[in-house]
Design a protein around this ligand. Structure first.
Ligand SMILES: *Cc1c(COP(=O)(O)O)cnc(C)c1O
Length: 397
């Protein structure tokens, strides 16, 4: 039910009104507190009101908010160089969102072949269950009927294959194929990791056929899986990568990273943005990296991930009628439900734990990467209580 008639009815909102946040906790207007294991869908990577981020934003806000990309923006140079130093990339383009970062990735791949004199190579192979954003091109890339319906002709140039199916990828390659685009761990699709072996084979296939490998790390990047980027687990490097969500820690921003070769076609005037790379966003992005790149931070993510997953595994043993599987990596965790995932999200919410439903009947748990062992245990206790009630409720029905 729409509670605000003035707003588009595009969101089914839970009847919760939060007034402030602190760490992993959110507080309602009436003072109730919730454990935020949704983190704005993997956006609040350092929790709410992290002092270092607040300080960085305040300091920048008192100096300069916006500068056109007609001028040099020092924060972009710093953050760009830090991302280059930490990854495969040589070049970075800053955006305001994940979808824009993917749009930039798609345009970069198409231009690469255009300037090589192969403009006919523009098609991109994607995977079923993918999610790449809500713009016209990114819904075409994601290929999900529910997001395409009613929005006119699907943007041309995307060929979808079954998830993780190497033979199908190979069969889908034609002389018009430019790239393969995948999420190393599907988020919206239900926390489905691509096996490292498959990712390595896709890299080899791209090398063999002269294709570009584009990774969408909008959700799984920036420490979420316990490595700075999820593809590092497979020991491979992409040619182009889109990031967003966690890099802004709650401030809207994204980026498209590329090798110098892949970015060759993106010359002056070919692409642009008004707000992308805004000084406020750059200040916060740099502050997020200060924390995520600090010694021991990713070890903490792995440790908390292990604690969380072990706790969930025992819940699975206790409630086999409700939990079918626990999967994921680091603090990107999926609980595959045996019954309705939406009912489980609602049961968790009743115990003041926030989680997010995903495809494949999964409940996503994406706590801030700063979550403590005590908070993980607190959350597991609340989830156990929620599942007990749910079990009792279904037993009576
Ligand atoms: C959220 C998401 C996007 C889109 O990001 P927006 O900022 O909503 O445009 C793209 N890809 C993945 C994997 C995502 O999780």
């Amino acid at each position: 039910m729409a509670t605000a008639p003035s707003l588009y009815d595009t969101f089914n909102r839970a009847p919760l009104r939060f007034a402030r946040g602190e760490g992993v906790w959110l507080f309602t207007e009436t003072g109730d507190k919730y454990l935020d294991f949704a983190a704005g869908i993997a956006v609040n990577s350092l929790g709410h009101a992290h002092p270092h981020l607040v300080e960085a934003l305040k300091a920048q806000a008192s100096r300069l908010w916006h500068l056109s990309n007609l001028y040099e923006v020092p924060g972009q140079e710093t953050l760009g160089q830090r991302l280059v130093d930490a990854t495969f990339a040589d070049k970075v383009f800053f955006t305001n969102s994940g979808a824009e970062a993917i749009e930039c990735a798609i345009k970069t791949a198409r231009r690469y072949f255009y300037v090589k004199g192969q403009p006919e190579r523009y098609r991109i192979i994607t995977m079923e269950g993918a999610f790449h954003g809500r713009t016209l091109a990114t819904i075409a890339a994601g290929g999900q009927a529910k997001y395409l319906e009613g929005f006119g002709p699907k943007v041309e140039g995307f060929d979808q294959v079954p998830f993780g199916d190497l033979a199908a990828v190979e069969a889908a390659i034609t002389p018009e194929t430019a790239a393969i685009l995948i999420e190393p761990v599907q988020g919206e699709g239900g926390i489905r990791p691509i096996e490292s072996e498959v990712l390595r084979s896709l890299r080899a296939l791209c090398d063999e056929k002269g294709l570009l490998l584009i990774l969408d790390e909008v959700q799984c990047g920036i420490g979420r899986t316990g490595k700075l980027f999820a593809h590092e687990w497979a020991g491979i490097e992409p040619d182009i990568m889109a990031i967003a969500k966690g890099i802004g820690g709650g401030f809207p921003m994204g980026a498209c990273l590329a090798t110098a070769e892949a970015a060759e076609g993106m010359t002056a005037g070919t692409h642009g943005t008004t707000f992308g790379g805004n000084p406020l966003a750059m200040a916060v992005g740099n502050a997020v990296l200060d924390v995520v790149l600090a010694d021991g931070f990713l070890d903490h993510v792995l440790e908390m991930g292990k604690l969380f997953t072990q706790g969930l595994a025992s819940l699975k043993d206790r409630f086999p009628d409700l939990i079918a599987d626990v999967r994921g990596s680091g603090l990107m965790i999926g609980v595959k439900c045996a019954k309705s995932n939406v009912a489980v999200v609602e049961a968790f919410r009743t115990e003041h734990v926030l989680a997010v439903p995903a495809g494949d009947n999964v409940v996503r748990l994406l706590p801030p990467l700063t979550v403590s062992a005590e908070e993980v245990r607190d959350g597991l206790g609340r989830m156990e209580k929620a599942l007990e009630k749910l079990q009792g409720g279904t037993a009576r029905n």
